[in-house]
Design a binder for this molecule. Structure first.
Ligand code: F6P
Length: 363
């Protein structure tokens, strides 16, 4: 009988539990046994963190946010921070131990669910000889190899709902509300939620913005008797002469930083230049929480079932991907080699411009 192990790594995203559900059900239908590794690769480091998953264990988890397996940003097995007896933190490579435990358990394959960081780790294990299937996950929707990742639609819905609520309070006080959303180096969440949520300006990493242009838009609003404005700023956006704002170090064990702070900067600049009340807020991890939308559930279930089909075909070292209308697969190396950024010639960007949304540039 085949035994497989599934893990969820990196930041969580709504839909992870739906992937786990589909993997457990599809694999069990084939007569396979499924195990879950807690908190990324922990279950393959210490067997206490390896749990058997049966259909009964996953009953009813599809609509649940988060992941029943837990996730971690500190789980890079090739450079794992471990505290020794003296209380000092040492960086240790535990990849060989994971390979040995994988073999000892007699696993047929590993299904790794995660974003670019997790898939990069999965690729390294694949190169060491582990049969791996990747499942893409990120609310940022920034993986080039798949049209969509699950979690994105939910994050956009949450951000849109927040913008809807901000309109009434902004209008009551004739205020400018600056809302910072997630997305790392891509402006997908900002663009989609900004258009759907009636923003006056959307600032994305793909377009260096000019504060003067945003001021012009707000003044133009005033001329047309609209005395409030909603400005959506992606965390990775930067002004023409500015740089990306960083709020801290990431724990991913890679050369990554936590982005954040641009919303406050934009709010301060607008306050300095305009005779207006300005407030800012950061939506932050609210965008990662809650029950997945129907779209994300369905995509996650399709990814989970698709991953088991790939495993059945022995198509290891690949990731499931959605290139509408088909569910397909791409080599893991292609999945991690390039980031998907907003196409400035796309109809979504044109729509934003056509309906009068300022994107911070001169067009
Ligand atoms: O990649 C998903 C994401 O939510 C980004 O949008 C954000 O920059 C980052 O993760 C936040 O990471 P953390 O959970 O470590 O704060």
């Amino acid at each position: 009988m085949r035994k497989i192990v599934i893990s969820t790594g990196g930041g969580d995203a709504p839909g992870l539990n739906a992937v786990i559900y589909a993997v457990v059900k599809s694999a069990t239908m084939r007569g396979w046994e499924v195990y879950g590794s807690r908190s990324g690769y922990n279950g393959l480091i210490d067997f206490d963190d390896l749990i058997r998953l049966t259909p009964n264990d996953v009953e009813g988890i599809t609509p649940m946010g988060g992941t029943i397996l837990g996730s971690t940003n500190k789980g890079n097995p090739f450079s794992m921070p471990i505290t020794n007896l003296a209380g000092e933190v040492q960086i240790v490579d535990v990849s060989e131990r994971i390979m040995n435990n994988f073999k000892r358990m007699g696993f047929y394959c590993h299904i790794a669910v995660g974003g670019d960081g997790t898939l990069e780790i999965a690729h390294r294990f694949s190169e060491m000889g582990m049969p791996v299937i990747g499942v893409p996950k990120t609310i940022d929707n920034d993986l080039e190899a798949t049209d969509r990742t699950f979690g994105f639609d939910t994050a956009v819905s949450t951000a849109t709902e927040a913008l809807d609520k901000l309109h009434s309070t902004a209008k009551s006080h004739d205020r400018i509300m600056v809302v910072e959303v997630m997305g790392r180096e891509s402006g997908w969440i900002a663009l989609y939620s900004g258009i759907a949520g009636g923003a006056d300006a959307i600032l994305m990493p793909e377009i260096s913005f000019s504060i003067d242009k945003i001021c012009e838009k707000i003044s133009d609003n005033d001329l047309h008797h609209k005395h409030y404005a909603i400005v959506v700023v992606a965390e990775g956006a930067a002004a023409e002469d500015g740089k990306v704002m960083v709020s801290g170090e990431s724990e991913l064990g890679r050369d990554e930083v936590l982005l954040g702070g641009i919303g406050k900067w934009v709010a301060d600049e607008l306050r300095r230049r305009l005779d207006k009340d300005v407030r800012h807020l950061i939506l932050g991890h609210l965008q990662r929480g809650g029950s997945p939308t129907t779209f994300d559930r369905l995509l996650a279930l399709r990814f989970g079932a698709g991953a088991v089909r790939l495993a059945d075909e022995g198509k290891f070292g690949h990731m499931v991907a959605w290139t509408p209308p088909v569910m397909t697969s791409v080599p893991l190396i292609d999945a991690i080699s390039s980031k998907k950024r907003v196409d400035l010639t796309s109809d979504k960007v044109m729509t934003a411009r056509d309906i009068g949304i300022c994107l911070g540039d001169s067009i």
